[in-house]
Design a protein around this ligand. Structure first.
Ligand code: FES
Length: 169
């Protein structure tokens, strides 16, 4: 399974979110591994698994919420919290570590006032990290909202943060 953040297509703010979850689970109910597949679909569709959605999945699959919670927390890529508006996922791989990642990480941490693994209080920005992103000849690499970016510069990040900070949440 991918650890990349996704751009959500749907929102739990929609009044029909539970209908969508019901339809999703109904499609998967008789499939082996239905829990994992249902959670994966919620990640793809909503960007994370809300607590009410997790409880609903458990009811529909005749499981207890703790059973589904155990699955959701076992796999790193399942998120139980709404992702930040902008997620910087920094490559931890060796090529990036030795070529530019320290500078861009420090820039992000200083500019946003958070460290890797944290999000800003207004949930606009988060910094995360990942194993090698597969573009080692183009360090430093990161995913910005799931989009792969290589040879990232501190100037690019400064610009992007300024642009996104200037827009209304
Ligand atoms: S080490 Fe960063 S992309 Fe491979």
């Amino acid at each position: 399974m991918s650890a990349q953040p996704r751009v959500a297509k749907l929102s739990y703010d929609r009044p029909d979110w539970s209908d969508h979850v019901r339809e999703t689970v109904a499609e998967l109910a008789n499939v082996d591994g239905a829990v994992i597949m249902a959670l994966q679909r919620l990640m793809d569709d909503f960007g994370y698994i809300s607590e009410p959605a997790l409880v609903l999945v458990s009811e529909l699959l005749h499981l207890t919420p703790p059973q589904v919670f155990a699955v959701a927390t076992f796999y790193h890529e399942f998120r139980l919290q709404k992702p930040a508006d902008t997620v910087f996922m920094l490559c931890r791989g060796p090529a990036c570590r030795v070529d530019g990642m320290v500078a861009v990480r420090k820039l992000l941490e200083r500019r946003l006032g958070i460290t890797v693994g944290e999000r800003t209080a207004d949930n606009r920005f988060a910094i995360e990290s990942s194993g090698c992103l597969g573009i080692c000849p183009h360090p430093p690499a990161m995913l910005i909202d799931g989009e792969l970016a290589g040879r990232v510069t501190t100037e690019q990040l400064e610009r992007l943060i300024a642009e996104r900070s200037a827009t209304s949440p």
